[in-house]
Ligand binder design. Structure first.
Ligand code: GLN
Length: 559
């Protein structure tokens, strides 16, 4: 079969869940037996999101090949089998960078280099790059139709249909149909305007995804159909859901995957959605409950910890457990005299990755609290580094121990740069990035959780455990349970005399899937549950309460 293309654009406003929609469409088409991949085109000028802070952009998702990408690629990997790489996320910055390099090389010698055709050609080249070996490419265009910076991308996908043939391209547009309570009505005008805007630049959408809080009636679909020149059965309700993993099921019920294969003239088997049904059922009606505290700096923007919060939910799926996430601001922990109370509700404490010195001491305080009270503790990347610092200071008696990231004058830089990082001066794309192998010591917590001795996990950091301190740390009871194959780098530390105390230099959350929860997260939630039982708190959810309280899950997300 010739490769076909789906382009997903967004209208009216951002945050309508375009990434989740793209990922869910991927899941549905994969469940019909198609080989798919996804790509995100972002209109901003940064070459990648690696240099933006999480408040600007949310999480930076890291792929196996070490690309720092948009967090939507995390959704793509969680919902589908498609492996993501550098080629699956391009920004305006990257596209221009490529074109300008070609210009300097002399590729366009004699010509004037312009947005059309040079930039649009480069965009189309990047789209075709991921088409190899798949039946379908789903391309999500970042931003909202009407933004100036998105225009070259929209122009490129407009041209694309003429290049590859009408029957090989499907345009899907996501809009908002708000319910206006004073009128007691759903309003279609924003959708009409947004489609008008898209048509003005030459794209007639084939399918409309209408984000709403309630199902659209046939009359309303008929109205949208008439104004937007789209068949009524191609007007799909994208209703708010309780868990994001319900989106593929809601889309399927609305006939979305059927409509896509009709537009693209593809014949497939019927979709098999039992796995998604099982996941949704497990998330909505678990039999157990536990509270996990996330102590971080970016807690006010949950998007910053997207993969992490999903991985914890996956750990919950593996344990038939609802995981309540208690986000705790580490700077508040530093200021608040009553800081113990905040951590008291937690059945387990997690300190995630992060950069910069703000909030560091609050995180260290939380780690000390977890270690001294033997509360399950999971430190990820920066969280692991801080666990080492806490242990060095308070157990090994190394006063002033720190990371040279926060205190370049520290007498005990237990976390430091390796020689190769000391040579690095540019910030973009220069950290230790992507997948690295790691060997696990037999009989350790890590080994028990993974059930094997060699693993590969994704990294995104500059600093490492300083090997000079290995001996003092281990002599006081810290176990270095995961090392790089050449033994140069410490990847996992543990405190074996604790219930569950583990820090890893990598980011396991990037590889967790709802259909395949990550072993460290599954094991961590298991530990949270048993610590909760040990504390004498109720672990089982009474059956009647299970379904009603699921309506108020604190982490419930509208997709
Ligand atoms: N700031 C630390 C480093 O660069 C940790 C980074 C992280 O947590 N991802 O090493």
């Amino acid at each position: 079969m010739k490769t076909k293309f789906i382009f997903i654009t967004g209208g009216v406003l951002s945050s309508l869940g375009k990434g989740l929609a793209a990922a869910s469409i991927g899941a549905l088409l994969e469940s019909r037996g198609l080989r798919i991949t996804l790509q995100k085109l972002d209109p901003y000028i940064n070459v990648d999101p690696g240099t933006m802070n999480p408040f600007q952009h949310g999480e930076v998702f890291v792929t196996d090949d070490g690309a720092e990408t948009d967090l939507d690629l995390g959704h793509y990997e969680r919902y589908t089998e498609a492996p993501m790489s550098k080629k699956n996320n391009y920004t305006t910055g990257q596209i221009y960078y490529n074109v300008i390099r070609k210009e300097r090389r002399g590729d366009y010698l004699g010509g004037t280099v312009q947005v059309i055709p040079h930039i649009t050609d480069e965009i189309k080249r990047c789209i075709l790059e991921v088409a190899e070996g798949v039946d379908l490419v789903i391309v999500e265009i970042g931003g909202t139709v009407g933004d100036i910076e998105g225009l070259p991308f929209l122009e490129a996908i407009r041209q694309f249909r003429a290049d590859v043939g009408k029957e090989n391209v499907c345009y899907i547009h996501l809009t908002l149909v708000p319910y206006i309570s004073t009128a007691g009505e759903l309003k279609t005008k924003p959708t009409q305007h947004s489609v008008k805007e898209l048509r003005a630049i030459g794209i007639q959408p084939d399918i409309l995804l209408c984000r709403t809080d309630r199902y659209l009636s046939p009359e309303l679909k008929a109205k949208i159909s008439l104004f937007c020149n789209i068949p009524p059965d191609a007007v799909i309700t994208a209703k708010d859901v309780e868990t994001i993993y319900e989106v593929p099921l809601v889309f399927h019920k609305e006939g979305l995957d059927e409509k896509i294969v009709e537009v693209l003239n593809i014949w497939t088997r019927a979709p098999v959605l039992t796995e998604w049904e099982r996941i949704v059922e497990k998330i909505k009606n678990p039999s157990r409950i536990s509270n996990v505290a996330i102590v971080g700096k970016y807690v006010h923007l949950k998007e910053s910890y997207k993969s992490l919060s999903e991985a914890l939910i996956h750990g919950g799926i593996a344990n038939d457990c609802r995981v309540n996430l208690l986000y705790i601001d580490s700077e508040e922990l530093e200021r608040d005299e009553n800081w113990h109370a905040k951590l008291g509700e937690a059945d387990a404490i997690l300190v995630p990755g992060g950069f910069g010195h703000r909030g560091i001491e609050g995180k260290i305080r939380a780690i000390q609290y977890a270690r001294e009270r033997d509360i399950p503790f999971f430190g990820i990347c920066l969280g692991m580094q801080l666990a080492v610092i806490e242990f060095a200071r308070n157990v090994c008696g190394l006063q002033g121990a720190n990371s040279s990231e926060f205190d370049p004058q520290s007498p005990h830089p237990v976390i430091d740069l390796m020689p190769e990082q000391k040579e690095v001066h540019e910030k973009g794309g220069t950290m230790r990035l992507g997948s690295y192998p790691c060997n696990l010591m037999k009989g350790t917590l890590a080994h028990r959780a993974y059930g094997r001795t060699s693993i590969a996990e994704r990294h995104r950091h500059r600093y490492e455990l300083n090997n000079v301190y290995r001996e003092v740390l281990t002599s006081r009871g810290m176990r270095l349970s995961g090392l790089s194959p050449d033994n140069r780098l410490v990847e996992i530390v543990e405190l074996p005399d604790k219930r569950w105390f583990l820090g890893c230099q990598f980011h396991p959350e990037f590889k967790s899937r709802p259909r395949d929860p990550h072993p460290l997260f599954a094991s961590f939630i298991e530990a949270a549950l048993s610590y909760r039982a040990f504390r004498g708190l109720e672990v089982e959810i009474p059956t009647a309460a299970a379904s009603s309280s699921s309506r108020t899950r604190p982490d419930a997300v509208n997709a």
